[in-house]
Design a protein. Structure first.
Length: 133
């Protein structure tokens, strides 16, 4: 595929996974770094997210864990928690993934990620999440 075709394909995948939130991120980059926006669409979504070897819900679990571990990725976590819900994960599964991340990346980063999830869940009417026994 040429550059324009990769971008168009990436926009379809981005829309399927992230919906409007992903498009807003790309639009936000348009006046500052349009090339970064292009790469997010064409490479990250057109090439990587579209690979058949890992289903979208599993890709989002990996993404949530990595973003939680990195810290300072609250904007991206907001988008990808919404994406996780869009591709079939439940709020309980998202919460559990972020809880599990505490073992590997630490409690403060897990709490920060969970607070982003709380915001997303509230916006989507998914609170309260019941505690597991």
């Amino acid at each position: 595929m040429n550059r324009e075709e990769r971008y168009a394909y990436g926009m379809k995948v981005l829309g399927d996974v992230d919906g409007e939130a992903g498009r807003r991120v790309v639009e936000t980059l348009a006046d500052t770094s349009p090339e970064l926006g292009h790469q997010v669409v064409a490479w990250a979504f057109g090439d990587m997210y579209s690979r058949a070897e890992l289903p979208p819900r599993d890709r989002q679990l990996v993404t949530l864990g990595v973003l939680a571990a990195l810290g300072g990725c609250e904007i991206e976590l907001d988008v990808h928690i919404n994406a996780a819900l869009n591709v079939g994960l439940t709020a309980t599964e998202v919460s559990e993934a972020l809880l599990h991340s505490a073992v590997y990346c630490g409690i403060p980063r897990s709490i920060n990620a969970t607070l982003v999830a709380k915001k997303v869940f509230a916006e989507r009417g998914l609170l309260p999440i019941t505690a597991a026994g």
